[in-house]
Design a protein around this ligand. Structure first.
Ligand code: NAD
Length: 264
């Protein structure tokens, strides 16, 4: 792999060592120096990785780039400080950006320091296509999150819809990406990712419990005068966290390494 213009190892800071964090650590090339910010130093850190106790230790370690793979709270606590030091952040917990005050603060920090917040495709894809089509003012985007009823058991019970969801699809939410992510922060990262690519006012979100799907499925329809595109992503769950798609860690690593490659 070409790391354009580098003669020292790339230093990657990783926040979180759960399902995504562990996969990210395993996927990064051996030539990368890894520092991991975790709540408690786990026994299975990769050989040579540095355990970092808090955000100050992470910044003092001097990463070239930070991958956040922890939680919306961890993102809100640490990403502004990293970006403020001129360090790019590649984020998994994109749902945190439903908070428009946090998003505005981050954009202001980035324009001041020149750092960049990278929103990778994560569990979905096609962001380049969505962003291109959204340059046309008449383009609209629909995102449907479809999961088996078991993934929404608590919500369906609260709605009195458990029985109905065993027979056919039940709509849990229909509206905009910001509100969807605020309601379901762990489940609607993808909706926010799409809205950040297309623009918040372009995207309609539906959240559906569907007994006909065996796995979490993301459907994106982009339509307008440029044409109609339909994308569907049916992901395998991460073995250690079934709520998380295994592809997400791969997306974070690809987006991180790409920043240092000659070919963009
Ligand atoms: N962008 C996407 O498409 C996408 C897809 C799946 C998950 N996610 C998000 O990625 C994040 C991580 O997902 P996961 O499946 O790895 O979760 P996980 O629960 O398996 O692991 C998260 C880890 O981060 C740790 N953590 C939490 N707060 C921390 C903090 N302040 N400092 C240090 N460590 C902290 C937890 O202890 C845990 O070990 C979640 O916010 C999830 O919503 C995003």
């Amino acid at each position: 792999m070409t790391m354009a213009g580098r003669d020292t190892p790339l230093k990657v800071g990783l926040i979180g060592f759960g399902a995504i964090g562990r996969s990210v650590a395993a996927l990064l090339p051996a030539s990368v120096a890894l520092g991991v910010l975790t709540r408690s130093a786990p026994a299975d850190l990769p050989v040579g990785a540095e355990a970092l106790a808090d955000a100050d230790a992470l910044l003092a370690w001097g990463p070239d780039v930070v991958i956040e793979a922890a939680s919306a709270e961890a993102f809100a606590q640490t990403a502004p400080a990293c970006l403020g030091q001129g360090i790019d952040v590649v984020a998994a917990s994109v749902g945190a950006l439903q908070d428009s005050a946090l998003l505005d603060r981050i954009l202001a920090i980035c324009s001041e320091t020149g750092s960049r917040l990278v929103v990778p495709a994560g569990a979905v894809g096609g962001l380049d296509h969505i962003a291109a089509a959204a340059l046309h003012p008449e383009t609209t985007v629909t995102y449907v999150s479809r999961k088996p009823p078991a993934a929404w058991s608590a919500e369906l019970e609260a709605m009195g819809q458990t029985e109905a969801a065993s027979r056919g699809e039940v709509s849990l939410y229909e509206g905009n990406a910001r509100e969807a992510a605020a309601r379901y922060p762990r489940n609607l990262n993808a909706g926010l990712t799409i809205a950040l690519a297309a623009g918040f006012d372009r995207v309609r979100v539906r959240v559906v419990a569907d007994p006909a799907v065996a796995r979490n499925t993301h459907e994106i329809v982009v339509s307008g005068p440029l044409g109609t595109s339909t994308m569907s992503f049916c992901n395998m769950p991460d073995p250690s966290n079934p709520k998380t798609s295994a592809i997400t860690a791969y997306s974070l690593v690809a987006a991180t390494l790409r920043r240092f490659e000659a070919l963009q």
